[in-house]
Design a protein around this ligand. Structure first.
Ligand code: PMV
Length: 364
């Protein structure tokens, strides 16, 4: 395994009375895994490599205001869509506290975090990926602005990805646009379990602007947090085989993405989605995140593909909603398919028309 970067730095501290006040706003996207991360080792290191598309529209936009704090007493208030949210407040406070060796300056500040999502919270769209990556971007931006470090884009993104991973594993992939690998991957040098790695070259043009229409079957809160799901993989009787399969799928999928082989892409991504949920069903305690309409939508996608020969496929995250993946060139046909055959299975929220995106963006 690549060695872990050493980001502990006692110098990243404001001197004496020189503690600033200010505000930053970043927007960071969610991502959808094609080969899934499910199962981890301490600390937040994946049991197998994964690869995802970073999305474009499904984002968290987060405003972080900071003022000097009472020394030794980190304080943080969290507002989600304008409402104080104590659950997020506790999670973010803990996250910031855990980073005090990497960013000692967080202990010197009082934070007010105001965040909003462009998609329903906890609906199987990885809200922790956008939510944690956006905080990582802000913290690295503060380091860059006040301490003059991380000037090079590569160093900035790598550290942001490392920090995002500590917040939520899959968040490390949201720091980059396009196709992003997390975890050491055979044949791709530079990949690591400590941070994400963007696949910049060799992506076939058909995948460069691939579409992901997120069909919102059920926009309620999910019942089993992914942290619990990952933990259950430690005792899942199929886990060892699963981790080997994921490695194998990485090689096959990356080749398909380079060659524009949509048939293999479909086979691997759909198998990955069903395997992820099979792992949930074979854990003890077992659990089900799919809903009846998840299966209805999947059946419709199979039938549509059979009938038209068009390369439309699905994947699932840790939730009931279906991500429908397809090339931009067949958008019109897919739109018609949704209107005619899928709408009846969707929640009143309908769907989110998303696609591969460029990664986080600084707003202020
Ligand atoms: O980052 P976490 O701990 O929320 O785990 C996410 C796991 C999946 O979304 C199900 C798969 C993945 O690779 O994103």
């Amino acid at each position: 395994m690549n060695s872990e970067p050493d980001y502990l730095n006692a110098d990243l501290k404001f001197s004496g009375t020189d503690i600033p006040s200010g505000k930053m706003i970043w927007r960071s996207p969610s991502n959808i895994a094609l080969v899934k991360y499910w199962g981890k080792k301490p600390v937040q290191i994946p049991q197998n490599p994964s690869v995802s598309f970073t999305l474009s529209k499904s984002c968290s936009e987060t405003e972080v205001s900071y003022t000097p704090a009472t020394p030794g007493k980190p304080e943080l208030e969290f507002y989600f869509h304008g409402q104080r949210n104590l659950q997020f407040e506790e999670k973010t406070s803990k996250f910031f506290e855990s980073l005090s060796g990497i960013f000692p300056f967080v202990n010197q500040l009082k934070f007010e975090v105001r965040s909003k999502n462009t998609f329903p919270h906890s609906a199987g769209i990885a809200s922790s990926a956008s939510g944690m990556s956006v905080l990582a971007m802000v913290l690295c931006d503060m380091e860059r602005q006040y301490f003059g470090t991380l000037q090079k884009e590569e160093a900035f993104s790598r550290k942001a990805s490392y920090i995002a991973r500590l917040g939520s594993g899959s968040a490390c992939r949201s720091v980059y646009g396009g196709l992003v690998i997390w975890g050491e991957t055979d044949g791709v040098s530079g990949t690591s379990g400590f941070y994400g790695f963007p696949v910049i070259e060799g992506v076939h043009e058909i995948f460069a602007d691939y579409q992901d229409t997120i069909l919102l079957v059920d926009a309620g809160e999910k019942k089993v947090p992914s942290r619990v799901g990952h933990g259950l993989m430690n005792s899942n009787p199929f886990s060892t085989k699963r981790f080997i399969q994921a490695r194998d799928n990485m090689a096959k999928l990356l080749l398909a993405i380079r060659t524009g082989d949509t048939e293999t892409f479909i086979r691997i991504t759909e198998s990955e989605a069903l395997t992820l949920h099979a792992m949930m069903m074979t854990s003890l305690p077992y659990f089900l995140l799919m809903k009846p309409n998840t299966l209805q939508v999947i059946e419709q996608i199979f039938a549509f593909r059979e009938k038209t020969g068009l390369p439309v496929s699905f994947t699932l995250d840790a939730g009931p909603n279906v991500h429908m993946l397809y090339p931009a060139a067949i958008r019109k046909d897919v739109k018609q398919f949704i209107d005619n055959d899928l709408r009846v299975f969707l929640s009143p929220l309908g769907y989110i028309d998303d696609m591969v995106g460029n990664g986080p963006e600084k707003i202020l």
